[in-house]
Ligand binder design. Structure first.
Ligand code: HEM
Length: 678
């Protein structure tokens, strides 16, 4: 049967139709029992089928890509399940290498150097024979029999041993059974989800969470990239809800200087403001202080601080437990030893805000009781508490009290810092210092609107709170993902080492600069891709003040007023509509494939700083010979502290490179802008 037979337009055996179409029609012919049917019956079946075909023909251009996307989404979900299975199998059949290493260390004649070939062969045979026993021991049954020592010294020793199977399975599950897996299936099945009332009312967000300004009647989850982008790029319909909480945190200490200012925006920060002239004024003036061209300088600053931090952490003299069987490996607690010091250096030297914050004395604001004088926020818990209240804790109940306690401390500390710095400038202390605070004070002197002490304090609070916690978490998350994906780790290490090699060669001129930029770009690409697997900020939420619609013209969805719209940027970054082969780890993706920093009006004001600082802070660590997790729970990123939202411990084993941690060429760093703060 030929196409021509069906369409009755050409004699049988016409060579008009391609062979595959003929085969398809033959199959249809048999399926419909064409030979047994009369002409009338043929017409009755054939005509609607042909009409359907003709109707679908113009839609083919839409249908084929939609089918392609569906297939890609299916593959993405399947690859997640496959990775989960592989991870579980890997844990199940994992054999602790320390057992073999300890056996080799006890082997007779080890002290006399490398054993002869015969000895090595014998060792290999013994290893093979003992493999089942090593495996059984690696499952950790001895832990079940051994009572918990409950004493610190033994606890310390236990931390350096490999964990038994159950916790390892739990960590593997924790790494794969995250919200991403659920989002992957939601994306595939139904990209828009209305959360059932009982769920969001009790668990996610109460209707009065942001009341009275933002009453919430329902919650909508969006998982497709085009929906997420649309919501974030329509601030007139999808409003930010952070304003009331921002104001509680930053509430004014002093009355507004300019009486013409809108009092409703008093104490509000950028991320709490709608698409108003006040927003655009404040973001413009803050961008005069936080400049995009500072990215290189921030990167150099971060790298310098990281080199010092890594060198100190890897000092053999430090009294750290050295893992058994690997005397040359050193232990480093990533957030404590590297990330926190670098973040502090950035805030001290670039922001011009000395941290840890010190509360100068009783607050003259409304909160009671006032903070005690001289309190120091050594672990940045005040900032974490405010971040938790404004951005993390949707119901806002748990975090409200800590926020009420800590906000006055932060307010008083920042107010004192601003005043002190202004006094210093007046007294001629580093008047030309090029940090953000000094720039802002110079703008204030020049009479720039929005640079009065109050507005400046509010804006600096927002920048400080928005910078510290996410920067610490994102950096630790990048390392966790790199360790989980050895090929990506190898690429990042190669880029970091390549960058150092170009500097060490000391080559001058355009070629060397281009080479270094290329390595820098590669390292950044690895960081961006790693963050895609575990984003710093996986969901961004907005609120509708009036009924509206998204996807008009394609997949339309009406959104009633008072809906909390949760735009999952973590999901959008796995949507094949936004980037090709999302299940692959690739370092050649265009910048538009990522939504780590949000999108549209409120996209992250620190994006360029982050993209310079995170790779630069990790480069000295990545240049070391070896990098691996510490065994046991210590090697897993752990959120700690009263709010439990900052990764505070994550121990790694590092074998230091012979030439130290990779030095920064003296000429390549930008000048040090820091000055004496006190
Ligand atoms: C890696 C760490 C960071 C991540 C993942 C991150 C992520 C984000 C995201 C997703 C938004 C948009 C929120 C929304 O639309 O609701 C945002 C906004 C913002 N971020 Fe970041 N951020 C990070 C670090 C920083 C740093 C270091 C700074 C300061 C230098 C900063 C300053 C800001 C500010 C000021 C906004 C609000 C911008 C506006 O409203 O116009 N962030 N950030």
């Amino acid at each position: 049967m030929h196409l021509s037979d069906l369409l009755f337009i050409a004699p049988p055996s016409s060579p008009l139709s391609p062979p595959w179409l003929d085969a398809l029609l033959d199959w249809l012919h048999r399926l419909l029992g064409w030979d047994q049917r009369s002409w009338g019956q043929r017409l009755l079946i054939g005509a609607p089928l042909t009409a359907l075909g003709l109707l679908l023909l113009p839609r083919l251009a839409d249908l084929l890509p939609a089918l392609g996307l569906l297939l890609a989404r299916l593959l993405e979900s399947a690859s997640r399940v496959a990775r989960l299975m592989l991870a579980l199998l890997r844990e199940l059949f994992w054999v602790d290498p320390a057992r073999r290493a300890a056996r080799h260390a006890r082997w007779p004649g080890q002290d006399e150097g490398e054993p002869a070939l015969g000895g090595q062969l014998l060792m290999a045979v013994v290893d093979l024979l003992l493999l089942p026993f090593d495996w059984l021991a690696s499952l950790g049954p001895q832990r079940l029999l051994r009572p918990d020592p409950g004493c610190e010294e033994k606890q310390q020793r236990r931390r350096s041993e490999a964990a038994p199977l159950l916790p390892r399975l739990r960590w593997a599950l924790g790494r794969h059974l995250r919200i991403d897996l659920l989002l992957s299936f939601l994306r595939l099945l139904q990209p828009r989800w209305w959360l059932p009332g009982f769920f969001w009312r009790s668990k996610v967000v109460r209707p009065d969470s942001y009341a009275p300004e933002f009453p919430i009647r329902r919650v909508l989850w969006l998982t497709h990239a085009d929906d997420v982008r649309e919501v974030l790029s329509r601030p007139e319909n999808f409003e930010v809800v952070y304003g009331p909480r921002m104001r509680l945190v930053t509430q004014p200490i002093e009355p507004l200087v300019d009486p013409s200012e809108d009092p409703s925006e008093n104490g509000n920060f950028l991320l709490g403001m709608q698409d108003t002239p006040r927003y655009w004024r404040d973001i413009s003036t803050m961008r005069l202080a936080f400049r995009r061209e500072d990215a290189g300088r921030c990167g150099a600053l971060a790298e310098r601080a990281a080199i010092t931090a890594v060198d100190q952490a890897l000092q053999p003299s430090l009294n750290r437990p050295v893992p058994e069987g690997s005397p040359r490996l050193r232990r480093i607690d990533l957030p404590v030893d590297l990330v926190m010091p670098v973040a502090e250096a950035l805030v001290n030297d670039y922001f011009g805000i000395p941290v840890p914050l010190v509360c100068p004395g009783p607050d003259n604001g409304r909160d009671a009781p006032g903070p005690a004088s001289g309190e120091v926020d050594h672990r940045h818990l005040w900032l974490e508490g405010l971040f938790n209240y404004i951005f993390y804790d949707l119901p806002g109940e748990r975090s409200l009290e800590p926020c009420r306690r800590d906000a006055p401390r932060v307010r008083a500390a920042l107010q004192a810092i601003i005043r002190r710095r202004r006094d210093q400038i007046k007294a001629g202390v580093a008047p030309e210092a090029d940090d953000v605070l000094s720039r802002c004070l110079r703008l204030q002197t020049a009479g720039t609107p929005g640079m009065d002490d109050e507005t400046l304090r509010v804006n600096l609070t927002g920048f400080l709170v928005g910078a510290m916690t996410p920067l610490i978490n994102a950096t630790c998350q990048v390392v966790d993902v790199l360790l989980e994906n050895p090929r990506l780790l190898a690429r990042a290490q190669a880029a970091a080492r390549g960058q150092a090699a170009v500097r060490d060669r000391g080559a001058a001129g355009k070629g060397a600069a281009t080479d270094e930029k290329e390595h820098q770009g590669q390292l950044l690409a690895c960081v961006m891709e790693a963050l895609r697997l575990w984003p710093g900020d996986p969901v961004i939420y907005r609120w509708t003040g009036a009924d509206t619609v998204i996807g008009a013209g394609s997949r339309r969805c009406a959104i009633p007023r008072q809906t909390l719209v949760m735009a999952w940027n973590a999901s959008a970054m796995f949507d094949p509509a936004l980037l090709s082969a999302p299940w692959q780890l690739r370092t050649d993706r265009p910048p538009g494939a990522y939504m780590h920093w949000g999108h549209g009006q409120h996209s992250c004001a620190g994006a360029y700083i982050n993209m310079a600082v995170i790779p630069a802070m990790l480069a000295p660590l990545l240049r070391q010979h070896r990098l691996q997790r510490a065994p046991g729970a210590a090697g897993q990123p752990r959120k700690d502290g009263p709010d439990g939202i900052t990764i505070r411990h994550f121990e790694l084993l590092v074998r230091p490179a012979d030439n130290g941690s990779g030095s920064l060429n003296a000429d390549s760093g930008s000048p040090d802008f820091s000055y004496e703060q006190n």
